[in-house]
Design a protein around this ligand. Structure first.
Ligand code: ADP
Length: 477
């Protein structure tokens, strides 16, 4: 089997590989991927540092061309890359291809942003002096990504980093190196100069940690767990570096008495269970007012019966497997905790077997949960959700906001008054009305509040805030 190597200073290097295994069929090895050492990470950082002066001054057409070619190639190869994604991560083929198309759109958007770089000029408060405000590249950016969006998250960090003139050391998640390797290969062939983008696949505790400990990394953008996010923050403060964190969520989805029942059920099922519940924007707290509660729970049960859990690559699968054994253990542990805490497991939650050995779990819905239970407070990151019964809208809003997290939130209602009030008062970075809590556009800001996020928003033109630093220059006329 061919070994997919790391890219350091424009060369493919590294010998020691590990197998990338398909969670739908653990007998299927997707490929062999090299494992970088801490020394490789240092070499990658040195290469990115050396490449920075020239790349940060490169012409906007050069950057545009690389990003544009990358967008085009990803789109042409969407079926193949989408399949690779579903094979290594376990989301359905439709979701894998959809995410691949989105990655292409992100590169296309930032190709355009290269041509729209602008500053401001304004008069000084002192006579005969002009002021220019411009954005400059930050330097070497460390990119650390999780396994749940193997192509979209790398794309939405790499594309703006390059567009604004930064150089990169990129460490993808251990479980899903395939899509990351593929987009780095595409960007490399699209004409990036040596050292501008370096790929170091490997362990977080080794390669990621080497990035955190380096004084030559000027910024780190991270998506992953709360625990690792805190390490990134602490190390970054130590090195006086810029950092951006996207961590967990415990996103609420509110269903009011006046909701359209089918809209509410569709949005709740999508929020809780699609992509196997492995989205930081997934909803695992469904907060339902008492007038619609029983009807809603019954309709959820009916809808859940129709969900097909099977091999991600099979036509007709709605929910793929859980990503690996340790995540599956976490999901089943939380199902046991929910029962112990006194919630009622109304539907699903069983381990199931299919034609191939994989990590298959029937989506689980608890009822009679309270917001104080661990299943309502801690991120599970699987197809497990809990219904919390409340009296009215005011209680629903209070419960929705009573969480340490604040990434996304949703409400199902036909009341303009409640929808408007919820949009204004939900303590989340993204609010959805009559839509699932997950499923966001690539051209508008993504990010949360409270324990979910730190630093400027990602995506769209707001990405410039993180990937550039502002300069204010004064000139005497
Ligand atoms: P999860 O696997 O639950 O998404 P993690 O925070 O463990 O969350 O992983 C997110 C990313 O952070 C992965 O690429 C992982 O390898 C990386 N990572 C884990 N530990 C460290 C660390 N000590 N330093 C830097 N990166 C790390």
């Amino acid at each position: 089997m061919t070994l997919h190597q790391n890219l350091i200073a424009g060369e493919w290097v590294g010998g020691d590989g590990i197998a990338n295994v398909n969670p739908s069929n653990t007998n299927d090895v997707v490929g062999e991927y090299a494992r970088a050492s801490a020394e490789d990470a240092s070499a990658a950082i040195a290469a990115a540092k050396a490449a920075f002066p020239a790349w940060s001054r490169s012409g906007i057409l050069e950057r545009h061309a690389v990003l544009r070619k990358t967008a085009d190639e990803i789109l042409v190869r969407k079926d193949e890359l989408g399949r690779l994604l579903s094979r290594e991560e376990g989301k359905t083929l439709a979701e894998g291809i959809g995410e691949t198309i989105r990655a292409s759109q992100i590169f296309d958007f930032f190709a355009g942003e290269c041509l729209r770089l602008a500053g401001e000029t304004l008069p000084s408060v002192r006579p005969n002096i002009g002021v220019e405000i411009s954005r400059e590249a930050v330097g070497v950016v460390g990119i650390i990504t999780p396994w749940n969006f193997p192509i979209a998250i790398p794309a939405w960090k790499i594309a703006p980093a390059l567009a604004y003139g930064n150089t990169i050391v990129f460490k993808p998640a251990e479980l899903v190196p395939g899509c990351s390797w593929a987009i780095v290969d595409i960007l490399h062939r699209a004409g990036l100069p040596k050292g501008v983008l370096n790929l170091v696949m490997g362990k977080g505790s080794v390669v990621g940690q080497a990035m955190l400990d380096s004084p030559d990394v000027q910024a780190i953008t991270f998506t992953g767990s709360v625990g690792t996010g805190k390490r990134v923050a602490m190390a970054s403060v130590e090195h006086n570096r810029k950092f951006q964190l996207e961590m967990g969520g415990k996103n609420p989805f509110v269903v009011l008495d006046d909701a359209d029942l089918s809209v509410a059920v569709e949005a709740a099922v999508n929020s809780a269970f699609f992509s196997t519940g492995q989205r930081c924007t997934a909803s695992s707290r469904v907060i339902v007012t008492e007038g619609i509660h029983d009807k809603f729970v019954a309709a959820m049960g009916e809808r859940m019966k129709g969900l097909v859990v099977d091999d991600a690559l099979k036509a007709g699968t709605h929910i793929g497997p859980v990503v690996d054994q340790s995540q599956l253990n976490q999901d089943t542990d939380y199902i046991a905790i929910g029962k112990q805490e006194g919630a009622r497991l109304a539907f699903g939650g069983e381990l199931i077997s299919r034609d191939t050995p994989g990590f298959y779990l029937q989506p689980a819905l608890f009822t009679e949960a309270t917001n104080a239970m661990r299943i309502s407070r801690e991120e599970i990151f699987g197809p497990v959700a809990a219904v919390i019964r409340v009296k009215d809208y005011d209680e629903a809003l209070a419960v929705a906001n009573d969480t340490p997290f604040g990434l996304s939130s949703g409400i199902a209602t036909t009341s303009l008054k409640h929808a408007t009030h919820f949009k204004r008062n939900s303590e989340a970075g993204m609010v959805m009305v009559n839509l699932p809590t997950a499923g966001v556009d690539f051209h508008v800001p993504f990010g949360g509040r409270k324990g979910s996020s730190h630093g400027p928003r990602e995506q769209g033109k707001y990405a410039a805030e993180f990937y550039t630093t502002v300069k204010t220059a004064y000139t005497l006329a």
